[in-house]
Structures are given as structure tokens and as C-alpha cells.
Design a protein around this ligand. Structure first.
Ligand SMILES: *[C@@H]1O[C@H](CO)[C@@H](O)[C@H](O)[C@H]1NC(C)=O
Length: 441
């Protein structure tokens, strides 16, 4: 009897697991980043506003719940998933609907991992019930609500997934064309997958224009559209000022449009106007870490890229103190900010020792290979530009290349090494040998 019981218990365990595997939710979408990337994503997602009326609020909470689960905070995960269900209720103005399939799927997984198989099974049954009650309009396709959530999630998770995300959005929109925010995110995803700084095609520009007309409240989209118009040589000052006025009135969020607006100002108007804008925003919200991050970025641009005149000491002080604050406010996403700070110091006559100290600290810290590669690369450039230590610079480019991780840093370092070799430097034999023995990742 006991024997039979345990076989059937094992069988039901297997069938539970295969049912879980078949769910559409964050746990089955191959979102499996390293710990350090997860921690950075967590901080990034915290900066997406959670103000009432955000039509992605349910998706935001589902995503944050999943990240908390991955980081080992199961209670937080549960509370985020509950918040997601509540947000969907308000936004969709209904107690249930196909938008809960992903949420219930996440809960089924969470309870399974917590060892509560009965509760897990209960959520699986809820998913089944929803799928039966709200079948997809297209037989061999997922429900458009699921495609849309999957698309949005992939877009938020990684830059590389933007093309796949656009495809999912397209399917969702084909089946359910009346969701304004899907159209908006779709075109933003398309724009985001166009290579940085390149102009988008006329066809996409037109798509953006139409989406903007349909979704006039979305300032993030409006600013991105403005950026494209500026790229096409249109004058944009007037419109930018108008948008700035609106952005400043809205709640702080990484999708409020402020960051792309600062970029538009600094590229096409002037970096000082960008700085005035972010300082004004900070006056209204002095404790918002996201705004401090944006401000640090503006000051970095001013000091590092706009070197028409020597920045005055008060600008430098502000830049340094903002960077230090931001590094403390983002305990997991500070790497690039530390490098920025080192680069700011390096620009100053008296800052060489500080720059060197920051780099030494980073070089000695325990980093994942991809991060290590970035630090080596930045240090190689630093040695070349500010220390004129060409030999060590070459050594660091070699360290970059030796890490078997495909990235633009690796590509740049290998290209640099080849150039130095071809120029016939005294190290060209050594470089040649190094390149010959290099393993492809
Ligand atoms: C979304 O885009 C589709 C396809 O381009 C279009 O048919 C539909 O009208 C748009 N929906 C809204 C609400 O703008």
C-alpha cells in the first residue's frame, strides 16, 4: 500500500513539474542572468515609477516579484505577485481575465519552490480555468495578453532581446489592435533595436509618429520621436521646451522621458540647458536617486565630452559629489559610475592619484568575467590617454582579449592590438604571438 502510494505521489510530482514547465510565465521564459546582472536589473526596475495609471504596473510588479524570487527573497516575491494581481484588477477594471495567466503561473511556480504543492496545484487549476474561459483568438498562438507581457518583459530584461520582443508585440497587436500601450512599446522596441545613434528608416519614423498621435500622454515616446526629428535636421528647441515643461510636472520615473530629453538637449541644443533642466528637476525632488543619476550623467558629458573650455571648479565639485552619491545609492550598479568618476578625476591636473586609486580598487575587486573585461578595457584606455604608458596599455588590452566573453570591449581591444602590431611597435612580435594563440570564445 505504502509502496503504491509513493509511486503515485512520485508520478503526480512529475506531472506537476511538467505542467509547470508548460506554463507561460517568468519562470519559463529563459530569464536566467548572472547574480550581478540580476542585482543591477533589480535597481533598474526599482526606478521604473509605480504611479497610479501606469498601464504596465501589473507587468512591473510581476517582473520585480520574479527578480526578488531569483535573489532569494520569496516573501517579497509573493507580495509583488499579489500587487501585480491587484494592479491588473484596477487597470483592466475587472476581477479576472487572460492577463492573470502569467501572474498565476508565477504563483504556481513560487508555491512549488516553497514546497506547498497543493497551493501550486491550485494555481495550475486557475491557469487552466482562465485558458478555457479566454482562449486565444488565434488557434496556434498564445493569447495576445501573454505575448504582450512576454514582449514587455524581454525588452526590459535585455537589449539583445529587443528583436524577439518586437515580434511578440506584433503578434499581440495583430490579434488585439486596440491596446494603445502595446503599439507604443512596439515602436519603442523597434527604435531601440536600431543601432545606437543611427537614423531610423522613414517607415519606422512614420510608425513612431502614428503611435505618438494615438498615445499623446506618453512623453517618453514623444521625446524619442523628437530625437529622431532632430537627427533628421529639424529644429526642435521649441518642442523640447514644451516637453520639458510637461516632463517636470509628471512623477519621477525612468520612463518619464527626462533622460532621453537630457540627451536631446545635450546633442542638439546645449549641455548647459540640459544641466539647468536636471537641476530644476532636482530642486522639486531632491531625494530621487534616479534624478541624481541623470544629473551625474549630464555633468560627466560636460566635463568629458564638451571640452571647449575648462569647466570651472564648481562644476567639477558638483560632478564629483553627484558621482559619489550615486555610487552609494546604487550599491549594485556602481561599476560604470566609478569608472566615470575615475575618468573625471583623470581630466583634472590634480586628479591622477584619485583616478589610479579607483582603478586599482576595481582591478582588485571580485568581478564576473564580463565586468572584469570592461574594467580592463577602460583601464587600458586610461593608461594610454592619461598616463602615456603604452606598454601597460597593451598588456591590459591583452587581458581584455584573453577573457573568453564576446563583447564590444573584446572586439575593440583585439582591433587595437592588431593596429599596434601593424604599425610595427617594438612589441609587435609579442602581440602577434598573443593573437595567434587567442582562443575564440
Ligand atoms: C496599433 O497598430 C495597429 C497596426 O499598425 C493599428 O491597426 C491599430 O489601429 C493601432 N491601435 C491603436 C490603438 O493605435
Amino acid at each position: 500500500m505504502l509502496f503504491l502510494f509513493s509511486i503515485s505521489a512520485a508520478q503526480s510530482q512529475t506531472s506537476l513539474e511538467s505542467k509547470l514547465e508548460a506554463l507561460q510565465c517568468h519562470f519559463t521564459w529563459d530569464l536566467d542572468p548572472s547574480k550581478s546582472i540580476l542585482l543591477r536589473r533589480k535597481e533598474k526596475f526599482e526606478d521604473i515609477g509605480t504611479e497610479e495609471g501606469n498601464s504596465w504596473l501589473g507587468h512591473i510588479y510581476n517582473l520585480r516579484g520574479f527578480v526578488q524570487y531569483k535573489l532569494g527573497f520569496t516573501e517579497d516575491a509573493q507580495s509583488f505577485f499579489n500587487k501585480a494581481a491587484e494592479a491588473f484588477r484596477k487597470i483592466r477594471n475587472a476581477d479576472e481575465g487572460p492577463w492573470l495567466v502569467v501572474n498565476y503561473g508565477n504563483l504556481a511556480w513560487l508555491h512549488h519552490h516553497l514546497g506547498d504543492q497543493a497551493e501550486s496545484q491550485a494555481y495550475l487549476s486557475k491557469v487552466d480555468a482562465l485558458m478555457n474561459k479566454y482562449p486565444s483568438p488565434s488557434q496556434d498562438q498564445l493569447h495576445p495578453e501573454i505575448y504582450a507581457e512576454k514582449a514587455w518583459t524581454l525588452m526590459k530584461f535585455s537589449r539583445e532581446q529587443k528583436k524577439r520582443a518586437a515580434d511578440y508585440f506584433q503578434r499581440a497587436i495583430r490579434m488585439q489592435p486596440d491596446m494603445v500601450e502595446w503599439n507604443t512599446s512596439y515602436v519603442l522596441g523597434l527604435e531601440g533595436s536600431v543601432q545606437y545613434k543611427k537614423k531610423v528608416e522613414a517607415d519606422l519614423l512614420e510608425k513612431m509618429r502614428i503611435a505618438k498621435e494615438q498615445d499623446p500622454e506618453n512623453l517618453y515616446l514623444a521625446v524619442h520621436y523628437l530625437h529622431q526629428c532632430a537627427q533628421n535636421g529639424e529644429r526642435i528647441e521649441e518642442e523640447a521646451r514644451e516637453l520639458a515643461r510637461k516632463v517636470l510636472k509628471n512623477p519621477v520615473s525612468s520612463y518619464s522621458g527626462i533622460k532621453p530629453l537630457l540627451k536631446v538637449y545635450s546633442y542638439y541644443v546645449s549641455i548647459d540647458v540640459a544641466i539647468d533642466l536636471i537641476e530644476e528637476a532636482l530642486k522639486t525632488h531632491p531625494d530621487e536617486r534616479y534624478l541624481k543619476r541623470c544629473a551625474a550623467l549630464c555633468y560627466k558629458w560636460k566635463i568629458i565630452y564638451v571640452s571647449d573650455s575648462r569647466p570651472n571648479p564648481s562644476v567639477i565639485d558638483r560632478a564629483i559629489s553627484l558621482h559619489k552619491e550615486v555610487i552609494a545609492l546604487y550599491p549594485h550598479s556602481f561599476l560604470m559610475k566609478k569608472i566615470d568618476l575615475a575618468n573625471i578625476y583623470a581630466q583634472l591636473n590634480y586628479g591622477q592619484a584619485e583616478a589610479e586609486q579607483i582603478y586599482q580598487e576595481l582591478l582588485e575587486s571580485d568581478l564576473e568575467p564580463a565586468d572584469k573585461q570592461m574594467v580592463y578595457y577602460c583601464y587600458a584606455k586610461h593608461l594610454y590617454l592619461y598616463c602615456r604608458d603604452y606598454q601597460r596599455s597593451i598588456q591590459y588590452h591583452m587581458k581584455v582579449a584573453a577573457i573568453p566573453h564576446q563583447s564590444s570591449y573584446r572586439w575593440n581591444s583585439i582591433t587595437t592590438l592588431k593596429k599596434i602590431r601593424d604599425r610595427g611597435s617594438h612589441m609587435c612580435r609579442e602581440i602577434e604571438e598573443f593573437l595567434e594563440n587567442l582562443q575564440e570564445p
